[in-house]
Design a protein around this ligand. Sequence first.
Ligand code: FAD
Ligand code: SF4
Length: 466
Amino acid sequence: MADKEKISRQPMPEQEPKVRAKNFKEVPLGYPPETAIIEATRCLNCKKPGCVDGCPVGIDIPGFISKVKEKDFAGGIARIKETNALPAVCGRVCPQEAQCEAGCVLGKKGEPVAIGRLERFLADFERDQGDVPLPNIPAKTGKRVAVVGSGPSGLTVAGDLILKGHDVTVFEAFHKPGGVLLYGIPEFRLPKQILFAEINYMERLGVKFEVNSVVGKVVTLQELKDEGFDAIYVAVGAGLPHFLGVPGENLIGIYSANEYLTRSNLMKAYLFPEYDTPLAVGKNVAVIGAGNVAMDSARTALRMGAEKVRIVYRRSRDEMPARSEEIHHAEEEGVELHLLTNPLKFIGDDQGRVTGMQCIQQELGEPDASGRRSPKAKPGTEFEFPCDMAVIAVGAGANPLLTSTTPELSLNKRGYIIADPETGKTSMPGVWAGGDIVTGMATVIKAMGAGRAAANSMHKYLTWGW
Ligand code: FAD
Ligand code: SF4
């Protein structure tokens, strides 16, 4: 044990900040095998592993790390896949520092085992071997399942239920599946090829994808039932952008983060004119908000060619909701943080284009309902903040496209679907729900955990009844 403790957490190679701030290629480059093995030897293989308690899908973390130590990489990825269908995605975007790594015993005195990096290493190793072999698929049950929404929650349900022998069709509003993994998280954090490989694997398993299908508009849930679907899982996400509600917010040059990132990621605006979706290139960009979405927008703006990109946030660094790694990467690339600053209004020129914001300085008071100290304006501290483009990244709400046409689904007062936390069952018989449309925007792994719970419940229903 003493020797193991002498080995420090292995860093992961990454692109130089100045170089990567000008391209959309992935920032961290992944562990080579020898580094992964050294990192794996740090793990103490605890009898009561705190890391597993912190994982929303309960991956056998010491089990897969032992396989890395033994150089049995195929065995390691198989162990992860017993509970996680998207390891290449989770190894990249999960907030490990707040989940598995937060529970790692080594973190009490020093640095936790780099669990996420090892997960990513195994998933990438498997993909590099070529087509992943298919597991045995049981005989068809004759039951049909519809999944609405192809984000991580819907994909988890599809992957789990196809392996139980049910027939699964995923309906997706956009022209490509993937949800936020495709249209939200940028290429430099999650290369699309990785997501496409996961979706291709599901297609090989037999999952059908119906894209350009806005359920609730093109077809209702009742019509899907009438068409013969025996069970339906709703995972339509929380993609309705929130705005600040201040004067001038509709000036030219002001985007919601949702539109900005969708244009860049899904429509590949960063490859314009090769792809025909344009995206404004601000020289002096303000991004309002401090979560992952804000960091992704700021770093995208840099890569699109902005000279100056500033995050404007009304609280302090301690309250920033983004992953610490994202904040660190953004600052390394040159994104500036303007904390304790709140926009009061946007200012425009006579062409209706944004030229700046009027802001006011803030100070922190007592903690609010979220446990974070609430910001208060400091009277008399108004100042002008120049910018020629702004991206609003202050959160998102329930996507109403489906729920507004499905009165049978009970919603809470914020418009999210009410579902049993253990099973995902909704008020509509034969319909389950999970992911961000139930919890509000959370994390990829939590959306997957909800999918896993619902898939178990749906399988029981398809086998024995409601
Ligand atoms: P989504 O991923 O939102 O997928 C919902 C899907 O349903 C979408 O494809 C949508 O087009 C489709 N849909 C909507 N309405 C309909 C309809 N009526 N008919 C058919 N289809 C419909 N989490 C992390 O863990 N780590 C991160 O680093 C991270 N970064 C993020 C960065 C950004 C920019 C964003 C926006 C979110 C980020 N998150 C991150 C949060 C995470 O992505 C979400 O919590 C997760 O994707 C939720 O999964 P979901 O399956 O519930 O919904
Ligand atoms: Fe290994 Fe840390 Fe988990 Fe213990 S808590 S099994 S040291 S990863």
